[in-house]
Each structure stands twice: as C-alpha cells, then as structure tokens.
Design a protein around this ligand. Structure first.
Ligand code: N01
Length: 534
C-alpha cells in the first residue's frame, strides 16, 4: 500500500532554491519539511549541467548565499567566474554544513500535486507512487531545468552517442579524438564549443542564430581581493539586494550611448571589453531600451567579432544582425570566436537550411551528410513554465496550472497564482529570476515566504490565496515593464519563442531586483495586500 506521510511543508527541488527553503522553514520556523529531488544529490542546475566548459556568468563572490556570515567567510572561491564543479562542491558543502540531506528524498520526481480545499492541504504524488501531504507546497524547480531536444526527424536512428548539455552524464562523455557535432550556440554552446574543440578530433557546429557573446575575463581570484570582499561582505550584500541585477554595481553607466562623445565611449567600451564580464552591457544608460543606443553597443561587438575570426565568411555567419544586443541573453565566453580559426572546427549555418534529419551516421543539412560520432544538443530549455508544467498541479477547483497558464503564465508577484492557495513558487514567471543574480532572487523569495508563513502561524491563518484582480494588475505591470525594453524584439526563450506553440509572453519581471523587493515588502507591510488570508 502507498505510504502517505504528513508534513508542514513540501518543497520540490533541492537546488539552491529548495535547499534554502528547507533551511529557512525547518531551522527558523521549526516546520517538518520534506524535499523531493529528482537528481541523486543536491545542486539543481549545477548537478545536471556538467558539460565541458560549464561556468556561471555571475562572479563567484556574489553567486553564493548571503544568509550566513560564517559560511561566506569560510568558503574559498578560486576563480572570478566559478566553474560547475566548484559550484556543485559549494552546494554540497552547504548541504553538509546545515544538515540538509536528512530531509531530502533523492531520485524522486514529483508527478502531481493537488489542493484539497476541504482540509487546506496539498497532496503530492511522486513518480514512484509515494504520497505525502502538507498545508504548504513550495516549488523550487528552477527556471532552466526542462531541457529540450528539438524534434528533428531520425533522432532515434543515430548510431553514436547523443547528450544534452543540461543532462550531461555524471560519468562524462568521451570526446577525445572523436567527430563531434554541437547543435546550438546559446550560452551553453558558446561555453562548450571552445573546450570541445580542443578535445575532439573534429568539431562541427550547427548554428541557427548567432548569439552575441563577450569575453568573460575569467581568472584566478587574488587573495587580497578575496580578503577585501570578505571584509566588506555585509555592505556589498546589502548593495546586491537592491541593485538592478542583484550584484554590487561596480561600474555605473557613463551616460547615453547617443550623447557620450564617440572616442570617450569607445575607450570605455575597450576598457570594459578587456576587463571582461557583463559590465560592458551597462557601459551606457540606454542600450536596453533605445534601439539606436543599442546599435552603438551592438556595432562595437560586431567589430570585435570580425577582428577575432580569421575567415570573413565565417565571421559574417557568426555576426548577429537582426535583433538588439542583450535581447537574447548575452553570453560570456572564453575563446569562443578563436575556436573557429582552428582547422578542425567547421561552422554550418542552419538558419536558411534547417537540419533535415539525423541519420545513423550524422546530421543531414541541405543534402550534405556531416558524419559524426557524438551529437551534443546545446538546444536549451522550455524555460520558466516548463518545469512547473511538467508536474500536474491542480488548484482549489481542480483546475490545472497548465490550463490556467495556457495563454501564458499568470502570477501575483511571481510567487503565487490565483486559484492555487498555499502554493509558493520560487523564482516563477513574473519575478526577476533569470534577469538577475539567481541566488539573491532565491533568498528574497524564500525569506518573504518564510515571513508570510510565520505571519500565518501567528494569526491562525490556514489558507493564503492570491486574488485574481491583484494578479491581473501584476501581470499588466510585468508586461508594461517589458514593453519599455528591447527584450520583446528577439525570438528568445525569455518570450518562449524557442518552443513551438508556446505563447509569446515575456516571462520575467524586468524592473530590477531593488524595485521588485520593494514591491514585495510593500505588499507584506500592507497586511499582504492582494492575498486573501483565512
Ligand atoms: O539555451 P539557448 P542554452 N536547430 O536557448 C539552438 C542559462 N545558461 O542552454 O537561437 C538548430 O540560449 C538555438 O537557436 P535559436 C542562460 O540564461 C547560463 O544555451 O533558437 N538550432 C540556440 O542557439 C541561457 O540563456 C550559463 O535560433 C537549434 C540554442 O539551440 C540559458 O541558460 C550557461 C534548434 C539554444 O540556446 C539557456 O542557454 C549556460 C534546432 N532545431 C546556460 N533548436 C552561464 O551562466 C534550438 N536551437 C554562463
């Protein structure tokens, strides 16, 4: 007979969001918490993304939890941008240090969750038929965890090995000396390509849309800079919490791209390009919302591409031409363009001539069969809604979340959804999440939910539900913020354009971390305005 266990809260996912939710609810509020995690260990994104070159594009000293001074003082990051193994080691360290594993069930996917309105409880069913219930359900399923392999005919016929960057096997993939195909040139492809190029016998890259990528400028951290940041951590963390993108704003914009004198602008762009990282993107104050200003930055990066790539025809193919820079997520790379100067790397554009089929021996494009031993799919994710829609979540009237979101996701504050009481979604659509430092975003969401649950306990509240009118206003606000930017002008995963049939809606909150935090705090201070508490 299926076991049925009762908890105070159930959390789905043991990545950075789920681990932190467990810590806050269990260790601050004394709740009995059960976490379900489909991986065999903690880490979420960083558990699954073990592909060659996987690295974070937020600096390590700030891509880390801020809730424990001891933790941030004792952990030693080694590089400016942390590589996947180091981030995963950090996640493991946190799990050990805060004794998290004892409340996490590993290797278990949640298949369904339904709200029992009579008892105000969520009933959760796992893929293995285990059942559990709790008054509160917290999803911490990640924004980029539903990996996507496009439906290319013949996929099953391929005789060699295939793998997706977001499902890279723990045992690794032997690429040494092999003929390798990489399909996709987003952040994952851009990171993997130069590393695979060095390892493989021959690499063929299949590119549909060129992405803008700028140098990461990764390097070992110097002991003096680590000590300096650690000494100032409280101030820097406080700055991160209210800054636009969840990191301290070290290099503010120098003015409008249309007003700063050309030589001055170029000199600053050169300096930031050389230094690496995303500071280049905020050299000017208006490139994310004014198409002409955007053109100044895009033009600068296009020139760098032509300088870096020896063959002009290849450089042309690699140069983005038809969307604003930054409207698709900017990539940070290490030696990406230089990889195309190698004799053993071939670029195949599949923009006008899409991949026809996968054959037993390789990839067929325009009648030419590119023979390979391994195909790496760097083809991205059903972002933000995909991981939630993968679970059959049913609210108070039995309506499914998939149904409620059929025309695009609708949330209140990117945390709750009308019709789904006592459900809290960490970094859901309508929150800043993917546009900012995810860990800052996660800490803000979880702290806010913890405070709300403490409030419920104090006031005997058993049911918390977002009101439909508050949700409508929030969705309108999120759309309005997006419409002031250039984001909607690209076919990106931000708008769901990469998934055939997905409604075109700009999903994240584009107003920045600080204003978002203020909006959430304001709701809480006003007796959780927009929620019905009973
Ligand atoms: O996925 P993507 P990703 N035929 O969707 C192509 C984060 N991340 O895994 O652009 C041919 O960006 C697709 O082409 P197109 C980060 O937020 C961060 O790379 O749709 N090609 C595109 O080139 C990032 O944005 C880090 O025309 C096909 C690629 O596959 C997000 O994750 C590292 C195709 C998918 O690019 C997702 O990045 C890695 C087809 N049928 C990821 N279908 C860092 O922190 C798709 N493509 C640095």
């Amino acid at each position: 007979m299926a076991r049925h266990t009762d908890y105070d809260a159930i959390v789905i996912g043991a990545g950075f969001g789920g681990m932190y939710a467990l810590h806050r609810l269990r260790d601050d509020l004394g709740m009995r918490v059960r976490v379900y995690e489909r991986g065999t260990d903690v880490g979420g994104t960083w558990y699954w993304n073990r592909y060659p070159g996987a690295r974070c594009d937020v600096e390590s000293m700030f891509y880390s939890y801020s809730f424990s001074e001891e933790l941030e003082q004792e952990w030693e990051w080694t590089e400016r941008f942390p590589a996947q193994p180091e981030i995963l080691a950090y996640a493991n360290h946190v799990a050990d240090r805060f004794d998290l594993r004892r409340d996490i069930a590993f290797g278990i996917s949640v298949a369904a969750a339904s709200f029992d309105a009579s008892g105000n409880r969520w009933l959760v069913e796992t893929g293995g038929g285990e059942r559990a219930s709790a008054p509160f359900l917290i999803t911490a399923v990640g924004c980029l965890s539903a990996s996507r392999v496009p439906a290319i005919p013949g996929l099953d016929d391929f005789a060699g090995e295939t793998c997706h960057t977001g499902r890279w096997p723990e045992r690794g993939v032997d690429l040494a000396g092999k003929r390798v195909a990489v399909i996709g040139t987003g952040s994952s492809g851009v990171q993997a390509i130069p590393v695979i190029a060095r390892e493989a016998g021959h690499l063929t890259v299949f590119q549909r849309t060129p992405h803008f990528t700028i140098p990461a400028g990764n390097r070992p951290l110097r002991p003096d800079e680590v000590a300096g940041i650690k000494a100032e951590y409280r101030r820097l963390r406080a700055e991160s919490r209210v800054s636009p993108s969840g990191v301290p704003l070290k290099e503010p914009p120098i003015g409008s791209a249309l007003e700063v004198p050309r030589e001055e602008g170029i000199a600053e762009l050169d300096r930031r390009w050389k230094n690496g990282g995303t500071a280049l993107m905020t050299t000017f104050s208006d490139t994310s919302r004014d198409i002409d200003a955007n053109g100044v930055l895009a033009g600068y990066v296009r020139e760098r591409i032509r300088e870096a790539v020896a063959d002009p025809a290849t450089a042309d193919l690699l140069t983005p031409a038809d969307y604003p820079i930054g409207a698709k997520r900017i990539c940070l790379d290490t030696g990406y363009y230089a990889a195309y100067n190698r004799d053993d790397v071939t670029l195949v554009s599949v923009r006008d001539t899409p991949i026809e089929r996968i054959t037993p021996r390789g990839v067929l494009v325009g009648g030419v069969e590119h023979e390979v031993d391994v195909i790496v799919f760097a083809t991205g994710y059903d972002a933000m809604t995909g991981p939630l829609n993968a679970i059959d979540i049913r609210g108070a009237c039995g309506r499914s979340l998939r149904d409620a979101w059929a025309a695009g996701p609708r949330t209140y504050l990117g945390i709750a959804a009308a019709g789904f009481p006592n459900l809290f979604m960490v970094t859901a659509p309508g929150s800043p999440s993917v546009l900012v430092n995810m860990i800052v975003s996660i800490e803000q969401h979880v702290d806010w939910v913890r405070d709300l649950l403490a409030h419920c306990r104090e006031h005997g509240i058993v049911r918390v539900e977002a009101r439909a009118d508050a949700q409508d206003r929030w969705v309108e606000h999120v759309n309005e913020l997006a419409s002031r930017t250039l984001y909607p002008r690209a076919d990106s995963w931000y708008v769901g354009a990469n998934v055939p049939g997905k409604p075109r809606v700009f999903m994240p909150y584009a107003g920045g971390m600080g204003p978002y935090r203020e909006a959430c705090d304001d709701v809480a201070a006003d007796s959780y305005r927009g929620f019905t508490l009973t």
